[in-house]
Design a protein around this ligand. Structure first.
Ligand SMILES: Cc1cc2nc3c(=O)[nH]c(=O)nc-3n(C[C@H](O)[C@H](O)[C@H](O)COP(=O)(O)OP(=O)(O)OC[C@H]3O[C@@H](n4cnc5c(N)ncnc54)[C@H](O)[C@@H]3O)c2cc1C
Length: 441
């Protein structure tokens, strides 16, 4: 039986969902926050886990811990599989049950995005993307494993493809990650290997666009590209990737041999539009009203990366600030409705600016008419990222790690951690000496 207190279901404990839950903190309502993982993830620093600077625990916080003090909020670990908007319920898959119905009075969908291989899903096997902690650890394993394999390889001819790292997509993630790999090879790893020279690694950043960081101004793109090249990253623009396979990539008809290809290009939204059977933009994001509700359903809101909203004739970007401001707005709007107050004015995004880091001590920053690059921008980048980490213990721990890495080049976690059942656990039966094979029979 339902109680009479309104129930607000929030799906997604990312930037948008968490901001919505916090905005409803003092509202007389039952807030149910559902996520398929048990943690909120600070995605802007995922590349630092993938390149061994930080550990997974430094950028992820248990959602239960973040809202633990919020008495009106229940956290559920589960995956929403659909929405029945007429009956006002969602279908939830939990550990031991599927399609459990869960009623709502208000629903906020903040389910983010996933990788998009632009119709080439076959690339996924050879070019992992970076979206979750598991992705970051898998990429970290792949990068570190390449150096180990090259060191163990006696034939120098085979070093070339092991020490070639290709990143597909020169947006903020591709730029930040390629610069971070350059720092890894030039600083941290440079004196630790005997048969190979890690600094000879080739790092190639590809994009079909004519410039890196396409969402920034031309002068910022230029500064970022110059910096990347100074760090030893080869930037190849203007051509899409034709093929990605176990030998590497083919771009503009040329084969680049590489054992480590990383996908830092497209994203596609969660299936929220399909669940709601409602209009989406070309990318599949749900078109929302100016108050972030879904047309015809004033009790359903979609926020963050999975929502599509134009402001001043331009679509809002898929960035954390948009998600947080939208989540906060939807939470406040619902709180006002529940407490019998009029709706707030339509949502308006306040752009605080964009930043990207390009290796040690260098970032680019664009806010209004201010476009700067270099050390000052990097300090601003560091301060903003520390401020937005979910919990104060993470702020302290990340700050200390950054100072340490900056001063010594040493990184937080360079472990290759294969999950059970991974390749390395397999016995090498094929090459076992004959007598051992005989003994075991
Ligand atoms: C590598 C990377 C780097 C980035 N760098 C920056 C940056 O520097 N600056 C910036 O502003 N933005 C950056 N972004 C973008 C930013 O992270 C997103 O814009 C932001 O996370 C969007 O917030 P959201 O709440 O919409 O989605 P998310 O934060 O992605 O949260 C979605 C949540 O929904 C959960 N979920 C999804 N589907 C379901 C389901 N069916 N059932 C239950 N739970 C579900 C997910 O587990 C997740 O917790 C980056 C993104 C990535 C991937």
């Amino acid at each position: 039986m339902r109680d009479t207190i309104p129930r607000v279901l929030i799906v997604g404990g990312g930037f948008g969902g968490l901001a919505a839950a916090k905005a409803l903190k003092n509202t007389p309502a039952n807030i149910v926050l559902i996520d398929r993982t048990n943690h909120h993830l600070f995605q802007p620093l995922l590349y630092q886990v993938a390149t061994s600077v930080l550990t997974p625990g430094q950028i992820g916080s248990p959602i239960r811990g973040i809202v633990g003090e919020q008495q009106n909020t229940t956290v559920i670990l589960g995956e929403v599989a659909g929405v029945d908007k007429d009956e006002k319920r969602v279908w939830l898959n939990v550990t031991d049950r599927r399609c459990v119905p869960l009623q709502y009075d208000f629903l906020i969908l903040a389910t983010g995005v996933t990788h998009s291989y632009f119709g080439h899903n076959e690339f996924a096997e050879f070019a992992p993307g970076l979206k979750s902690l598991a992705d970051a650890v898998a990429i970290r394993n792949k990068i570190l494993q390449a150096f180990e394999q090259a060191e163990a390889e006696e034939d120098p001819a085979r070093h070339r493809d092991l020490l070639t790292f290709v990143l597909v997509g020169a947006g903020p993630t591709g730029v930040e990650m390629s610069a971070a790999i350059a720092n890894l090879v030039n600083n941290t790893l440079k004196s630790e290997f005997r048969r190979i020279n890690p600094a000879s690694a080739q790092i190639i950043l590809l994009d079909m666009a004519p410039r890196v960081l396409g969402s920034f101004s031309e002068s910022i793109s230029h500064a970022a590209k110059e910096r990347l090249e100074k760090l030893g990253v080869e930037v190849r623009l203007g051509h899409g990737v034709d093929q990605i396979d176990e030998d590497g990539v083919i771009v503009a008809g040329e084969r680049i041999f590489s054992k480590t290809v990383i996908w830092t290009a497209g994203v596609s939204p969660s299936p929220a539009g399909k669940w709601l059977e409602i209009g989406t933009d070309r990318a599949g994001r749900v078109r929302v009203e100016q108050n972030l509700s879904v047309p015809g359903h004033p009790e359903i809101f979609v926020v963050g990366d999975t929502a599509s909203l134009d402001q001043d004739g331009k679509p809002l970007p898929g960035v954390a600030q948009v998600a947080m401001q939208q989540g906060r707005y939807a939470g406040k709007l619902i709180a006002r409705r529940i407490t019998g107050q009029p709706d707030p004015p339509p949502f308006r995004y306040f752009d605080k600016g964009n930043m990207a880091v390009v290796g040690k001590g260098f970032a680019v920053l664009q806010t209004g008419k201010l476009h700067i690059s270099g050390f000052l921008a990097w300090l601003a980048w560091a301060a903003v990222h520390l401020q937005f980490l979910a919990q104060s213990n993470l702020r302290v721990s990340v700050f200390v790690q950054w100072v340490w890495t900056y001063l010594t080049g040493q990184r937080g976690s360079r472990l290759i951690v294969n999950h059970h059942g991974a390749e390395s656990a397999k016995p090498a039966v094929e090459h076992a000496p004959a007598q051992l094979t005989t003994m075991s029979q």
